[in-house]
Design a protein around this ligand. Sequence first.
Ligand code: HEM
Length: 81
Amino acid sequence: KTPFPIFSQEEVYKHRTPADGIWVTYKGGVYDITEFVAMHPGGSKILLAAGGALEPFWAMYAVHSQEHVLEILSEYKVGEL
Ligand code: HEM
């Protein structure tokens, strides 16, 4: 019933550069944040999560525990794990 394609963790990990696209995962969702990286209020730290999970980083930076941050993220959803 999901409208999104399913990607493996391995496939997500291939997307870690502007050329390949920058993908991250969050709670089972896959997000292509390539276009958002330059707009991130926290600067290039966002690249630490490239190709992997946001959870460990967002646990350290509680500024992300806000509705408006999740709204931004949702705009970039491209698939599910
Ligand atoms: C701040 C979004 C990933 C570090 C913010 C803010 C947004 C945002 C909207 C401003 C929040 C506010 O002030 O209300 C995102 C999104 C991410 C992401 C959508 C992933 C797609 C990360 C990662 C890190 C990080 C992976 C760290 C490794 C920070 C820091 C700030 C911040 C340090 C505070 C900047 C400041 O106020 O000086 N992020 N973020 N972010 N982010 Fe992220």
